[in-house]
Design a protein around this ligand. Sequence first.
Ligand code: BGP
Length: 485
Amino acid sequence: MYKQTYPKSFPKGFLWGGATAANQVEGAWNVDGKGLSTAEVVQKVDDRHQVSMGDVTQETLDIAIADKTDTRYPKRRGVDFYHHYKEDIALFAEMGFKVYRFSIAWSRIFPQGEDQTPNEAGLVFYDHVLEELAKYDMVPLVTLSHYEMPIALTQKYNGWAGRETIAAFNKFTETVFNRYRGKVPYWLTFNEINTGTWGFHETGAIDKGLSEKEQLQIRYQALHHQFVASAIATKQLHRIDASAQIGSMLARMQTYPATPNPEDVRAAQLEDEKNLFFTDVQARGEYPEYMNRFFKENDVVIHMAESDQDILLENPVDFISFSYYMTNVTQHDQDGDSVGNMVIGGRNPYLKESDWGWQIDPVGLRITLNAMWDRYRKPLFIVENGLGALDKLEDNQVHDQYRIDYLRSHIEQMKEAIMDGVNLLGYTMWGPIDLISFSTSEMSKRYGFIYIDQDDDGNGTLNRIKKDSFAWYQKVIASNGEDLG
Ligand code: BGP
């Protein structure tokens, strides 16, 4: 007889935790043999709403390489996790973290991208991080490439635009899979792979100043190389460490039609497809037809080696992860003649926004989870979600009720999605310790449960201070998501 059961809440063993990236926390950019990375040549901007990550040119690159200080490049200093990792992981453990997502800096392991042998000191650092996590039974979830690569590969091959970068990456992945075999049950290949359509920070390819058409060609070709490298890494991992799993990672941007006008609904559908394309390739192993049409209409030609399609098809990811911060609104082109040219990032009058203008939409998370589960039927993992805000430190305290409210409302919707039947492995909120902002390289855009005494210019004691949200998250984890009060 058909039994009408459904999950009532978070499953036992649900992975609660937090996520960071090497270039935003580690610092120590020029010690123990580390090479310069693409993240470390991106200058900080002075206007909070400006974005720095795509603005690298050959000229700014040369200036950055010649500059041996971290003054204009805050990602070089991070928050000195490199020397504070024991203290930071102990704080995560105190909150009860079951999982910690972090990334390995490729440029610590292969400083010049194609070195004959890996840099032992770099490998040892991550040995120590993993030992520390094991002490607290915290599961590592490791990102292989989080918005950085050795700058040498940009200089030699224009980053991922060059096919040679595939072999360099897969030498790195094979090295770390072998080294950390049996210690890392979950891996991710490329962080927010879809943002490669925005340029340099993900592709490592300098294309600023080129025509839109030329940029499209370079970016989608670079992304193709990343797809292939990701599939090869998947194959390597399954051979080297059969019990470990590997996932894709998308910056999920749910979009809504601006009106019920079918033209707007179609425009939103198209926009959504352009976002889901990446997971479609990585989970299903082939390019979807709708993108082939997009490429044709935009004169993009993806150059593939003969075996590429087989490699993709034979090595889909084991699970699907994504970041979730906001949603958008899409409307069709004003002239009505092309849905390909639409307004993105429109305002939604039903939503509030963060200090940085990101539209806060907890219900959108439930919609996203259901849609992703329906589309792929593979386990999902929310590997980033959080609120960047201007925190105030007073009497050594930060009263961040707004952060608690943000996280609570998203966790509530996550629970609803689980009750809807979604298979969700875990949740790593973004930035459990304050860190350098990815998009603006500021320190003052803070996400953490733990405040770090450092300002935008790098001044401060680097002391770690618990915010009000620290005890709140501790309670959430201890009750496995039941006590959100
Ligand atoms: C995601 C990135 C992270 C991160 C986060 C918040 O896109 O994967 O690296 O920083 O967004 O963004 P920001 O730091 O720009 O506020």
